[in-house]
Design a protein around this ligand. Structure first.
Ligand SMILES: [Zn+2]
Length: 357
């Protein structure tokens, strides 16, 4: 399996060279250009070569780290219906390797068994964790999602830095821990960059992975708590990140911009967990959501202070993030009166800003 992973990574790197030399990221063109040579050079199964080409094409399209040419490492491999199959009776998967087809028992718990029961998965990713010297496999399954009834509550969710998420129903998730972790990594990073040795660079890379996983875990936990506080038929309303960006630029809150990849991730987590439970997720234009008074409707920039909202017109006082969440909910309710709301994934998620920090 390791040898297969290694050849798969090398194949990816070769495809990348061809892609750069020929200035193309088109999957079909790349296939014409290099399928045969790569298949012969690495002795990989046909569909593994196809998957390697597809992976390079996708990575190039996403332009991961455009400054540095991406190098593929032997840590994961994409599998499809020709290179992967799942046997429910025996709880094992079969994977194409350079040594032929391997049948491997799955070491999984009841949760995973339940998800896999009755499924005929046709795609998966094989991963190798060097630190644990262990293989894992991510299997893609399809789930029937219940059609949500249309009579639930509407919950507004505000995403931010001081509070990572605040709901109009009163849930609040402090960003203090995340901020603390970010600062700690920033300091370490500075020290290590100053050192500049090879070992320091390696440590740096490991740390950035650890930070990313910490934030991802935090986002999952927040999303879970929010979704668990709702019931099927409810509607979760969030701000569309496309607009947040405009607002941030106007407010010159650069720090917020740096964190927007994490906001996007939180949004996606909430979205898929909610959809599974029959809770709809909608996005609204968040303009003025932090400045508008929920009592009298007066919209004024000076209403908003860092944590506190105080209306200059009627004197209403409230927690700034809860006011924002309430307004997000209100914006959705208003669009309901005007016409169909915009449902679906955030367009912003496809164009991530730099993941700094
Ligand atoms: Zn007011």
């Amino acid at each position: 399996m390791l040898e297969t992973l290694r050849r798969f990574a090398n194949a990816c790197n070769d495809v990348l060279c061809v892609s750069q030399e020929n200035h193309t990221t088109n999957k079909v063109k790349l296939q014409h250009l290099c399928y045969r040579t790569i298949k012969e050079r690495y002795g990989l199964q046909a569909n593994l070569v196809i998957r390697a080409i597809a992976r390079v094409a996708e990575a190039a399209r996403k332009k991961l780290k455009p400054s540095k040419p991406k190098k593929f490492k032997p840590t994961s491999m994409s599998l499809d219906q020709r290179t992967f199959s799942f046997n429910e009776k025996r709880w094992e998967v079969s994977i194409s390797t350079v040594a032929g087809r391997l049948k491997l028992p799955l070491a999984i718990g009841n949760f995973q068994r339940e998800l896999l029961t009755g499924q005929k998965p046709t795609s998966a990713t094989l991963c190798y964790r060097r630190c644990m010297k262990a293989f894992s496999i991510n299997i893609v399954v399809n789930r029937e999602v219940p059609l949500p009834p249309q009579n639930g509550n509407v919950i507004g969710v505000d995403r931010g830095i001081y509070n990572l998420a605040t709901t109009s129903s009163g849930l609040r998730f402090s960003g203090r821990q995340a901020m603390h972790v970010r600062r700690r990594y920033a300091r370490l990073r500075q020290a290590l960059q100053a050192k500049g040795t090879k070992g320091a660079k390696r440590l740096l890379q490991r740390l950035s992975g650890r930070k990313r996983r910490f934030i991802a875990d935090l986002n999952h936990r927040i999303a879970k708590a929010i979704v668990n506080s709702c019931k099927p038929g409810d509607v979760i309303v969030m701000e569309d990140l496309r607009y947040i960006r405009e607002r941030i630029r106007a407010a010159k809150e650069q720090r917020l911009l740096q964190h927007s990849w994490a906001f996007g991730q939180l949004g996606k987590c909430i979205e898929y967990k909610a959809t599974e439970r029959g809770i709809r997720v909608v996005y609204v234009d968040p303009r003025h959501t932090s400045q508008r008074c929920p009592r009298c409707g007066c919209t004024n920039r000076s209403n908003r202070h860092r944590h506190l909202f105080r209306c200059t017109s009627c004197g209403f006082v409230g927690h700034a993030d809860i006011v924002a969440a309430t307004n997000i909910r209100q914006v959705y309710l208003e669009t309901l009166a005007d016409g169909p709301p915009s449902v679906g994934p955030e367009a912003a998620s496809s164009r991530k800003p730099r993941a700094l920090g």
